[in-house]
Design a protein around this ligand. Structure first.
Ligand SMILES: NC(=O)c1ccc[n+]([C@@H]2O[C@H](COP(=O)([O-])OP(=O)(O)OC[C@H]3O[C@@H](n4cnc5c(N)ncnc54)[C@H](O)[C@@H]3O)[C@@H](O)[C@H]2O)c1
Length: 264
């Protein structure tokens, strides 16, 4: 899909990858870039630089997502591309003694933001997109949704669920002309990455959000389901599916090394 002349919504657009996506879509000639974020001041600041619009929104609340969709279409016309990008890095504990040990709170929050936000966008946009013969969803997930994020069970699990939902969305609505891409980088130099200590997610080098946004746009133009800004991830996926037990043993070694480095 070409973004030029289209209405695009980006959640988590006030910072990091989302901000870079807004800027990239604006450069590509989007008719209107709608910047959606909990951080209203940040969203307005980005909107100003891309001649866009800003909406405050908690993506974990269905009524907020519905409002963004209804108001965007009322004010600017049909949404061609909806990017569910907002995310949180909560629950990282390299010294955890029990993968299921944390309270429900980080699990519920990650589930709402990483999974239900994508479901709500589909729930309220699919009928509109079907009626007009197509549309596009870009869901920022993570290499953690394909592999794992050691020390972060809630992040890994909800990002895996997000991959599962995106696959189902793409399968269910292929014949309706609706396309889906998932954006799955490893480390990207943003506030989120800076808020957690350096770890294996940076093993292949951290990318800039701008580079990731360029890769996302190229993937949308080519209509590729899986967008991997770090191409190494494809090799890791192959290793995982080739021999799951060997892969788990390798990941356990990475986790042990990480624990060791945090203890010292
Ligand atoms: N940075 C990385 O290394 C990395 C790697 C892989 C995937 N990701 C994913 O990329 C996406 C963007 O992350 P980032 O690195 O740019 O982080 P970031 O912290 O720089 O930006 C995230 C944005 O999402 C917003 N946000 C958080 N919760 C929200 C909510 N409930 N409703 C609306 N907005 C909300 C924040 O206010 C912020 O503006 C996330 O889904 C993240 O999981 C990041």
């Amino acid at each position: 899909m070409q973004v030029a002349g289209k209405v695009v919504v980006v959640t988590g657009g006030a910072n990091g990858i989302g901000k870079a996506l807004c800027e990239e879509f604006h450069r590509a000639g989007a008719a209107k870039v709608v910047v959606v974020d909990l951080d209203e001041t940040g969203a307005r600041a980005v909107a100003r630089t891309v001649d866009g619009a800003a909406f405050p929104c908690d993506v974990g609340r269905e009524s907020d997502i519905r409002h963004v969709i209804e108001e965007t279409e009322r004010q600017f016309g049909p949404i061609a591309l909806f990017c569910s990008n907002a995310g949180i890095g909560g629950g990282f504990d390299p010294l955890s003694v029990n993968a299921g040990g944390s309270s429900d709170e980080p699990w519920a929050k990650s589930w709402a933001i990483h999974v239900m936000a994508h479901v709500y966008a589909a729930r309220h946009l699919i009928p509109r997109m079907k009626a007009r013969g197509g549309g596009y969803f870009l869901n920022t997930i993570s290499a953690a949704g394909l592999l794992s994020q050691v020390g972060s069970p809630a992040y890994s699990t909800t990002k895996h669920a997000a991959v599962g939902f995106a696959e189902n969305l793409a399968i269910s609505h292929r014949d309706d002309g609706i396309k889906v891409s998932i954006l799955c980088p490893q480390g990207v130099d943003t506030n989120m990455l800076r808020s957690i200590p350096k770890g294996p997610q940076s093993g292949d080098g951290d990318l800039t959000p701008e580079q990731v946004a360029k890769d996302a746009l190229a993937g949308i133009e080519q209509e590729t389901f899986l967008i991997l800004p770090h191409p190494q991830v494809l090799g890791y996926m192959r290793k995982k599916t080739e021999n799951y037990d060997r892969w788990i043993a390798g990941m356990a070694r990475i986790q042990a090394k990480m624990r060791e480095s945090y203890r010292t």
